[in-house]
Design a protein around this ligand. Structure first.
Ligand code: PGA
Length: 251
């Protein structure tokens, strides 16, 4: 049985003092939720959020990126060890905004996945197609390439620690969600790709999330789908909507 997971992606929002207010607004509902909950916060908020969450067993802190080297002359970057020491448990890798604006490639994504796994962080690997790819009917082909490259050289015993988030780029921050059936089709396709590489048992265990304008109104329908094990939530993670989303998740 795969445990559902709802992860908030705060992106570049909220200063440390602002983050306190949000954590306090969300903490009770998230603590009572029947799923795992993760707040993926800006680096500078990690310390404040971790302290505010002290004693909350159900909520973990995640980062939104990491560097693929252990340490060294990489001005402005943050390593896995630094995140670990701050109490971070999860890390988003390969978000489409990082691929689009910060030169993230399938190759760097692969290196980051391996680094996160080596250091005991849980990677949330983001994959997804552009609107053009969707219209051209090549969604699954594209995602298959992203996944095969992301998992290159990842040992089978580590694979089911990775969480995959299917995020159609055309649905991120646009208010346009994939229909539950569209999302299910791709998530089931992702599970099949993992099955082809690593076998059915691993494919059955790996958790696959949907992300892209998920909110309290569409989450139940999406989460009812057999291959969708939760959500990666951007805009709606910064408000009370997030409470409603985590409350709606059943075991
Ligand atoms: P959104 O973002 O929910 O605001 O569409 C999702 C994401 O980018 O992870």
């Amino acid at each position: 049985m795969r445990k559902n997971i709802i992860a908030g992606n705060w992106k570049m929002n909220l200063t440390p003092s602002e983050s306190k207010g949000l954590v306090n607004m969300l903490k009770d509902a998230c603590e009572a939720a029947k799923c795992d909950v993760v707040f993926c916060v800006p680096y500078v908020d990690i310390d404040t959020v971790t302290k505010e969450l002290e004693g909350c067993k159900n909520i973990a802190v995640g980062a939104q990126n990491l560097h693929f080297e252990d340490h060294g002359a990489y001005t402005g970057e943050v390593s896995a060890d630094m995140l670990k020491e701050m109490g971070v448990k999860y890390v988003i890798i390969g978000h489409s905004e990082r691929r689009q604006y910060f030169g993230e490639t399938d190759e760097t994504v692969n290196k980051k996945i391996k680094m996160a796994l080596r250091k005991g962080l849980i990677p949330i690997l983001c994959v997804g197609e552009t609107l053009q790819m969707k219209d051209d009917g090549i969604t699954i082909d594209h995602i298959s390439i992203q996944i095969k490259r992301a998992f290159r050289g990842v040992d089978s015993e580590d694979v089911d620690r990775v969480i995959i988030a299917y995020e159609p780029i055309w649905a991120i921050g646009t208010g346009r969600t994939a229909s539950a059936y569209q999302a299910e089709e791709v998530c089931a396709g992702i599970r099949a790709i993992i099955g082809d590489i690593y076998g059915d048992e691993i494919a059955e265990n790996i958790r696959i999330l949907y992300g892209g304008s998920m909110n309290s109104e569409n989450c139940e329908e999406l989460m009812a789908m057999p291959d969708i094990d939760g959500g990666l939530i951007g805009g709606a993670s910064l408000k009370n909507d997030f409470n409603l989303i985590v409350n709606s998740v059943r075991e």
